[in-house]
Design a protein around this ligand. Sequence first.
Ligand SMILES: Cc1cccc(C(=O)O)c1OC(=O)C1CC1
Ligand SMILES: [Ca+2]
Ligand SMILES: [Zn+2]
Length: 303
Amino acid sequence: VTEGATTGYGYGVLGDYKSLKTYSANGTYYLYDTTKPMSGVIETRTANYGSSLPGSYSVDSNNAFTSTSQGADVDAHYYAGTVYDYYYNTHGRNSYDNNGATIRSTVHYGSNYNNAFWNGAQMVYGDGDGSTFDPLSGAQDVVAHEITHAVIERTAGLRYQDQSGALNESMADVFGYFVEPEDFLLGEDVYTPNKSGDALRSLSNPDAYGQPSHMDDYYYTSSDNGGVHTNSGIPNKAAYLTIQSIGKTKAEKIYYRAMSVYLTPTSNFSAARSALLQATSDLYGTGSTYNSVASAWSQVGVN
Ligand SMILES: Cc1cccc(C(=O)O)c1OC(=O)C1CC1
Ligand SMILES: [Ca+2]
Ligand SMILES: [Zn+2]
């Protein structure tokens, strides 16, 4: 019986055909990608609608992951690969730890679970309830958001509370855009499947989804770790303005350098402005690019 890397295929959450890097052993095919230049692998598992992790490997008998229930597995696996490629090709980062660590995802977590998260060791995706969310791994920007939480943990370590927590959320959203730059929306591909044109958040118009886009409207609350998913609108808007003025290619290098070199666990919005300006100066000097970054943060009331 052959054993080793194979190429299979499947249909994602939205019914789209995808080629998959799989592994064959004893006549079973696994969502287990050994083809990346990493010491680990990209592996996808299922919690089988329970809540014990990491769950069992996502497998198929004929390397065709085509059943409806396999869509979440297909997309978690495929998009983890694209996010790995983004960090490796664009920033020279080898997995979230920059040391080739295995990227593990578990799908079908819980029942009708409208959440996705990085638990400190792996990614976990709910199937959604079909009204608020489709299976959450069905959106590339969501997968990029979750893996970026892991990158942040290994770099800036932004504490998940108040302004540093909102920055953590914002960096995850901003790299969600950098990986999937087709729009400035977050989660639109899996959010409210029965309603078109909406999203979980917007980088260009945070206010459209109840987020502030200026310090004057900072939301002081004790819930959601001090409103980390709300106040992220302020740095998100600054990122949008930066991208619009200097372009994605320069912006993503500035953001990656700020995240990996200058930001710290207790960085607040003002420290983020400084970190991004320092990264800009390192990479592009203190001319028009630098002024554009400074202007973006002034426009959201952070100096
Ligand atoms: C859907 C969801 C619920 C709670 C936390 C997160 C979280 O990962 O912070 C979450 O995922 C996102 O925000 C991704 C970007 C759409
Ligand atoms: Ca998007
Ligand atoms: Zn998040």
